[in-house]
Design a protein around this ligand. Structure first.
Ligand code: GLU
Length: 463
């Protein structure tokens, strides 16, 4: 099957998760069928469109791994092309010039409203055979009876009576083609076979279909995905995750986790939750798209991210976490990849994202003298008995080799040799090494810190 999809963002802001999900669906459908995925910048809102947003959207697309085929298209550069199609419609009698002023049109709408009808243009200039002129727009001569019916990939069959649609403007009085006109021309020129977009556009679709039909062009398949709701099933708010992709990136989310999470918001494959990219491409064939709106679940996104962080090869994780460690204010320039990998190995099970992972390194990257003690842990665990063990362990470790295995043996030798239990010693040792009651395996911590730093921490806590 020939499949050509496109993602058509308006560069009036950064790429948000709703748009990202649409882009992912379009990308996956194209990749599944070995087709093409295009990117079009819908920048006709001159006041709100900014190049910096286009750049940011492209950067987010790249970060998510959504590569596109062919050149980027900017709608503002294609006005002449759109108007060629408007002219075609005028010539074939499918469109007409209209001299009604905005005030007159508003009065028609008002009148319809007063009669309890749908506000609409009354077709006043339909048969007047006007030519071009100052202040005149071009309208599509829509059929007077019948239905526009399409089979939506997500929502199933949708039928709209043409009575609901008045003769829409396709070129404004200032000579600019309207949005629906531009989109149809673009989708046709780009050879788009499947239009997947947010369902805020579903009311445009019957209008666009009328334009395709008037032009005698094949109509693509449409799929309108419901918007993402907040956990409270209300409109997704900033507080609940309505954020830009770049914000998630800055928080240290992995792109593969965000992609996986977003795909599952509105699409399923049995009850599988975690997918490799290859699996997504293999399974995503345009079916199983859920017509019900999905609710954003930050905890699940976090879970998903933690999963991918655990799966990542350590070397790769270390490379990704380095900038976050720098940002957290540690001097990591002297920390070679091996040491960074060791930190990742110790802490990754407990961190939900790269930023949290980097921050969790703090106790091991802060020199003994500057290491803060958690007061509660210090008061409870650094008792006289605890301090006594620390002083004794300091001697034991001083005589040990500083490998994890040797330290493990030394620690257990001390515990068993003195008829103690692990819990008699470990909390004090942990507080001494970490400053609080948490962190990875004790011998692993000590092996990472090295002899000098470990002994300094024990001395400080014992004092
Ligand atoms: N530019 C539109 C938007 O950002 C997309 C329109 C479409 O996909 O047809 O919502």
């Amino acid at each position: 099957m020939n499949v050509v999809t496109r993602f058509a963002p308006s560069p009036t802001g950064h790429l948000h998760i709703g748009g990202a999900r649409t882009a992912i669906f379009c990308w996956l459908l194209a990749r599944h069928y070995g087709g093409q995925f295009h990117l079009r910048i819908e920048d006709t809102d001159l006041l709100r469109s900014k190049q910096e947003y286009t750049d940011s959207i492209l950067a987010s697309m790249r970060w998510l791994g959504l590569d596109w085929d062919g050149p980027l298209n900017y709608q503002t550069q294609r006005t002449a092309l759109y108007n060629q199609y408007v002219d075609r419609l005028l010539e074939s009698g499918h469109a007409y010039w209209c001299s009604c002023t905005p005030e007159e049109v508003e009065a028609m709408r008002e009148k319809a409203r007063a009669q309890g009808l749908k506000p609409r243009y009354n077709g006043c200039c339909r048969e007047r055979n006007l030519g071009p002129g100052e202040g005149r727009c071009v309208r599509l001569k829509a059929p007077l009876a019948g239905k526009v019916v399409f089979d939506d990939l997500v929502k199933g069959t949708i039928a709209v009576d043409v009575n609901e649609l008045d003769d829409m403007v396709i070129r404004r009085a200032d000579g600019m083609p309207t949005y629906n006109m531009a989109v149809v021309v673009d989708d046709h020129e780009m050879g788009i076979t499947h239009v997947i977009r947010g369902d805020d556009h579903v009311s445009n679709t019957p209008r666009q279909i009328l334009i395709y039909e008037a032009l005698g062009l094949p109509v693509p398949r449409f799929g309108h995905v419901p918007m993402i709701l907040g956990p409270d099933r209300q409109k997704l708010s900033k507080r609940h995750g309505a954020r830009a992709v770049i914000e998630y990136q800055n928080d240290g989310l992995l792109p593969q986790a965000l992609v996986n999470y977003l795909v599952r918001l509105g699409w399923s494959h049995g009850d599988q939750e975690i997918f490799t990219r290859e699996e997504l491409i293999e399974y995503f064939d345009g079916s199983n798209l859920n017509p019900a709106a999905a609710a954003f679940d930050p905890a699940k996104l976090e879970w998903c991210n933690a999963h991918f962080m655990r799966e990542l090869p350590l070397a790769e994780l270390a490379g990704l976490v380095r900038p976050f460690a720098e940002q957290a204010g540690y001097d990591v320039s002297g920390l070679d990849d091996g040491r960074l990998e060791a930190l990742c190995r110790m802490f990754r099970e407990r961190a939900a994202n790269l930023k949290a992972l980097a921050e969790s390194f703090a106790p091991l990257l802060t020199p003994a003298a500057a290491l803060p003690f958690d007061e509660k842990a210090a008061a409870k665990k650094l008792t006289e008995a605890g301090k006594g063990h620390l002083a004794a362990l300091r001697e034991v470790f001083a005589a040990s080799e500083f490998t994890q295995d040797a330290l493990e043996a030394a620690l257990h030798g001390y515990i068993e040799g003195n008829g103690l239990k692990f819990k008699d010693v470990a909390p004090a040792l942990r507080t001494a090494l970490m400053g609080f009651m948490g962190g990875p395996h004790l011998p692993e911590i000590m092996a990472f810190l090295g002899k000098e730093e470990t002994l300094a921490r024990l001395a400080r806590a014992a004092a």
